[in-house]
Design a protein around this ligand. Structure first.
Ligand code: PEP
Ligand code: MG
Length: 581
């Protein structure tokens, strides 16, 4: 195996992929750079020429429009900009850079803009060329039928939704945390993903053939036939194992000594419901509704929301369906709602903090939820809650929405449980004082871990410190199950940690009633829960809770894995959502 072409990154979402790469610009402020093979340089120069032409046409359009609504003088600047684009010396400079450095046109144009940053008259027109290149690139790949491996600087939700998910074979990035929202989406979509691949973009060319091993965190550039065959063989074995597991699909997640774990799924859109067997689950434990809002160009009306929620509730056929109120902010912006640029977004304006301040968001979403409630078994979940006051405020809005709807002649379900996410340490520490004010709790470990350990889930510099197996995390998890259990309220974990079968065994042993995971992991978790008696799971949980270092917790988890898979069908280790350290 040729080592030079295999790069080690961090495994984020399991599975194997082989395909041509497409480099994505993750953010308008970021221009992707990739190398261009010698035989593709001419094509790159053509792309540049086409973009210059598009930019000139765009400038002419603006000139005419401004002349129409204002006066000719105001429009002159666009004519000047068009002339600047026709200046052969700048164009030559960009072309030379493409040829000499073997880089893409966007990158060469960006370096011209940087050079003339201070001279707006030169740099501005070239920004139009850059826009044209980036838009064209997006249009070209979006309109082709090609399935691709996406490559990007950062693993953001935007990258994960760059193309329809059926067309994304895999995702590889230079940066990005294992529990970032982009990573959560990769697992939810079942797309193999590797992050933390050093110097990735500089080593890539558009359309370069790559393989992605999301279990081992490996990326191969230009794999040879032998490497492809090897990968296809592993893929076959894993699929065989998955088929073997399917036979337990209809059985409940119940231990051999008869304790049942409620096994629910996390979804991000209405279409996710088509991706799993509803009857093989105990409902939806987390519907991240923000992705409905993020996918569209403007805020959805109450009516649109109502129809979507009604559809989800109907399709779930009476099973509990937990819808979370809008959890935007930090790396989940809405394109049409400008949030401030914050120095510390993870500690900033997010989740319930936004919707309590901008009450219209909460109000219209609750109206839509409550109107849809008669079509199924709705539960409402509140994200990023920090205090009892926030819960009380939401209840006030909830009550007034209910009264108003009833007065307006709508029907509303009699009993709609309202629960909170345990994501902020204040909720964990003061749980006894809050628990009687909520109907259920669901632990968002993706966020809770970052706040307990003061390690941003999106920051690669501290990704080593972001450790879900830290003893403090174990103790926190146990505390929630215990306090909720003593108060007679159901407890769940819906963070990605629960998708690891060994961890699900521990959570069950700690006393959790339920876990909610990406649909993809349901069969593996059933297998694990059905294999280990609850009495044993409790002992294992106690042992994990006695550990003073992560290594100790990791050893317990490794033992559970060995116990689970020593005699597993096909003898192949399953995909794991929580990559091993
Ligand atoms: C979490 O924080 O664990 C969670 C489930 O919410 P999200 O990943 O959407 O922040
Ligand atoms: Mg969260």
């Amino acid at each position: 195996m040729s080592q030079d072409r295999t790069i080690q990154g961090v495994a984020v979402s399991p599975g194997l992929a082989i395909g041509p790469v497409h480099v994505v610009q993750a953010d308008t402020a970021e221009v992707p750079t990739w190398t261009v093979a010698e035989n593709e340089v001419a094509g790159e120069i053509d792309r540049l020429a086409a973009a210059v032409k598009t930019a000139s046409q765009e400038l002419e359009k603006r000139q005419l429009e401004v002349a129409r609504v204002s006066d000719k003088k105001d429009a002159e600047i666009f004519a000047v900009h068009r002339m600047i684009l026709q200046d052969p010396s700048s164009l030559r400079r960009v072309e030379e850079q493409i040829v000499q450095e073997g880089i893409n046109a966007e990158s060469a144009v960006q370096s011209l803009i940087t050079r003339f940053e201070a001279l707006a008259d030169v740099s501005d027109p070239w920004r139009h060329v850059l826009d044209a290149l980036l838009a064209r690139d997006r249009e070209e790949v979006a309109s082709s039928e090609q399935r691709v491996v996406l490559a990007a600087q950062e693993l953001t939700p935007k990258v994960m939704t760059f193309l329809e998910r059926e067309r994304i074979l895999g995702v590889i990035t230079e940066a990005g945390g294992r529990f970032s929202h982009g990573a959560v989406l990769a697992r939810a979509f079942g797309i193999p993903c590797v992050v933390g691949v050093p110097n990735l973009l500089a080593r890539l060319e558009q359309n370069l053939l790559v393989t992605v091993d999301g279990d081992r965190g490996a990326v191969q550039l230009r794999p040879d036939q032998e490497q492809i065959d090897e990968l296809l063989e592993i893929k076959k074995q894993r699929e065989a194992r998955r088929d073997a597991l399917r036979t337990i699909g209809e059985l409940p997640a119940e231990t051999p000594d008869g304790r049942r774990l409620e096994l629910q799924v996390n979804i991000e859109s209405v279409r996710d419901i088509q991706t799993f067997e509803i009857a093989h689950t105990d409902g939806v434990g987390l519907f991240r509704t923000e992705f409905l809002y993020m996918e569209r160009p403007q805020f959805p009306s109450e009516e649109e929301q109502y129809r979507l929620y009604r559809r989800v509730l109907r399709e779930m056929k009476g099973l509990p369906t937990t819808m979370r109120t809008l959890d935007i902010g930090a790396d989940k912006p809405l394109p049409y709602f400008k949030t401030p640029t914050e120095p510390n977004p993870a500690l900033g304006w997010r989740g319930i903090r936004i919707t309590l301040e901008w009450r219209d968001f909460l109000y219209s979403q609750l109206r839509a939820f409550l109107r849809a409630s008669i079509h199924g078994n709705l539960r409402i979940l509140l994200p990023m809650v920090t205090s009892l006051e926030e819960i009380r405020e939401v209840h006030e809005v909830f009550d007034s929405v209910r009264t108003e709807l009833l007065q307006q002649g709508y029907e509303v379900a009699a009993d709609i449980p309202v629960g909170v996410m345990i994501e902020v340490p204040s909720m964990l520490i003061a749980l006894e004082t809050v628990i009687d004010h909520v109907d259920f709790v669901s632990v968002g470990t993706n966020d809770l871990v970052q706040y307990i350990l003061a390690a941003d889930r999106d920051n690669r510099w501290v990704s080593r410190l972001y450790d879900p197996q830290h003893p403090a995390v174990m103790l926190a998890l146990q505390r929630v199950a215990r306090v909720a259990g003593e108060a007679g309220h159901p407890s769940a974990v819906c963070g990605d940690l629960a998708g690891d079968p060994a961890m699900a065994v521990l959570l069950h042993g700690m006393g959790y009633d339920s876990v909610s995971v990406a649909p993809h992991f349901v069969a593996d978790i059933k297998y694990a829960i059905r294999k280990i008696p609850w009495a044993e799971a409790r002992e294992l949980a106690d042992e994990a809770l006695r550990q003073s270092v992560s290594r100790g917790v990791n050893d317990v988890i490794a033992r559970i894995r060995a116990r689970l898979y020593d005699d597993a069908a096909a003898g192949v280790q399953p995909d794991s959502p929580t990559p091993r350290a």
